[in-house]
Design a protein around this ligand. Structure first.
Ligand SMILES: NC(=O)c1ccc[n+]([C@@H]2O[C@H](COP(=O)([O-])OP(=O)(O)OC[C@H]3O[C@@H](n4cnc5c(N)ncnc54)[C@H](O)[C@@H]3O)[C@@H](O)[C@H]2O)c1
Length: 436
């Protein structure tokens, strides 16, 4: 079976690579010629553990192709995945410009029956929009097609594993034959599938991300209460998470969520609900809590250091989470902006995201390693919980810093361990010792 994946970003590229690894012939297409050139030279345009090997193996075996000729890729394929970006529009609603453009290109290259699959995260009703665009623009009205919703749940940094072993595969189709095409396609993965109607599948994606965002904001609100009450959110999270109805995942207090999905998806879900006539007050509060979290932390830093004017701060971690080079909506940018606004001098380090950071924020002083960033610093601020930071040489850090102070925005460390190494240690929601 020939497949086409349009959009070779974090989702499209990983999806295409994994399908080719399952034995399908996959044509990956993108309007960004520089990405396609890189891929055709064996270079990865994004950092994703394990991706390069899968791409290399399948391009060499002649099952995975990259092209800017989107029409040609569509006409060669039976199943067409739309995996382009759906950034937030001005009103919070997803900007469907790229999805609509692809739908038109599909219509213009509909040379045989195809299943068109929305893998991009799109608001409820988008499959109908795609269907209408194809009907209006198809070259031959006799050629049939179906539009299926197949939302993606992969996590950057874990994308290959998530695509090979998803918790579930959601297939929203308006007819059984189209649904069965996707069931057959995914069958080799041997994972649970939820086959449903199109609109339910579209809502499942937003409801999932909104629920996860809610868990994070919930535990962050609890963390703020713990700080005021002299309790330890780490212990509280364990105490509530061991209840099987709640679960321990996504109960790590910190600076809040970032990344390309939660912010835009919660905004879009709120806007969608509003359009439908429902005030999603719960989700609005979840977003508010998340947006306030960095300011709480910066206030703490400012207070502990008795002002930030002229203070040197080493910021460790720039990517929105570990194992990715993605900075989109990352907390690092907000934190650095707020620290700078209070007069701090920032030196930053990230194991992987430095190139992207340099392009996006050229004014920051970037360092080659954590020790250079920490030289003469008044404090270290940890923004992303990279594994590498777990193995920092604290004696070396202490020697190079002006003052041994760590603000851990991700609660990476056991406070007693860090304090036993002679550091003043502050984290999120574990106030008992912070206040000593
Ligand atoms: N990144 C994630 O972790 C993740 C997870 C689940 C779902 N999603 C959703 O998947 C979709 C894609 O996300 P992403 O992170 O891969 O985005 P991305 O920005 O990394 O990639 C999107 C790609 O689409 C290409 N593109 C844009 N317009 C195009 C067009 N008209 N024709 C062909 N290509 C075009 C861009 O050049 C880019 O390479 C979004 O809707 C996103 O919400 C993302």
């Amino acid at each position: 079976m020939n497949l086409c994946v349009i959009g070779t970003g974090y989702v499209g590229l990983v999806t295409g690579a994994v399908f080719s690894d399952l034995g399908y012939t996959v044509y990956c297409a993108d309007t960004d010629g520089s990405k396609i050139d890189m891929l055709n030279c064996g270079k990865m345009p994004i950092y994703e553990p394990g991706l390069e090997e899968v791409v290399e193996r399948n391009t060499q075996d002649g099952r995975l192709f990259f092209s800017t000729d989107i029409g040609d890729c569509i006409s060669r394929s039976e199943i067409v995945f739309i995996a382009v970006g759906t950034p937030p529009g001005a009103d919070g609603y997803a900007d469907l410009g790229a999805v609509k453009a692809v739908a038109k290109t599909v219509a213009q290259n509909l040379n045989s029956y195809k299943v068109v699959v929305n893998k991009s995260t799109v608001p409820v009703g988008t499959a109908d929009i795609v269907r209408e665009i194809i009907i209006e623009n198809r070259v031959d009205p006799q050629v049939d097609f179906d539009v299926v919703s197949n939302p993606e749940f992969l996590r950057e940094g874990n994308a290959i594993t998530d695509t090979l072993k998803p918790d579930r595969i959601v297939i929203g189709a308006s007819c059984q034959s189209a649904a069965m095409k996707l069931v057959e396609l995914y069958a080799p993965l041997e994972r649970p599938m939820v086959v449903t109607d199109v609109r339910s599948a579209e809502v499942i994606k937003y409801a999932s991300n909104s629920f996860l965002a809610t868990k994070i904001s919930f535990i962050n609100a609890i963390a703020n209460i713990c700080e005021l009450a002299g309790a330890d959110v780490h212990k509280v999270a364990k105490g509530i998470g061991l209840d099987a109805r709640i679960g321990t995942a996504f109960l790590n207090a910190g600076l809040g969520w970032g990344g390309s999905c939660f912010g835009k998806d919660t905004a879009c879900f709120i806007a969608t609900a509003e359009k439908l006539g429902y005030d999603f007050a719960l989700l609005k509060s979840v977003v508010d809590i998340n947006s306030q979290q960095p300011a709480f932390f910066v206030k703490k830093i400012n207070s502990v250091l008795r002002g930030l004017e002229g203070k040197k701060i080493a910021v460790l971690g720039l990517a929105f989470k570990p194992n990715t080079d993605d900075l989109r909506d990352g907390k690092s940018i907000e934190i650095m902006a707020q620290l700078s606004a209070l007069g701090a001098e920032i030196r930053a380090y990230d194991p992987i995201a430095m190139d992207n950071a340099r392009k996006a924020y050229p004014d920051v002083d970037y360092c080659v390693d954590p020790y250079q960033a920490a030289a003469n610093a008044d404090a270290i601020v940890i923004v992303t919980e990279w594994n590498e930071f777990k193995f920092l040489d604290f004696d070396r850090l202490k020697k190079t810093m002006r003052a041994p102070v760590i603000f851990d925005g991700r609660n990476m460390f056991d406070p007693d361990r860090i304090r036993s190494k002679g550091f003043e240690y502050h984290c999120v929601g574990r106030a008992a010792k912070d206040r000593e």
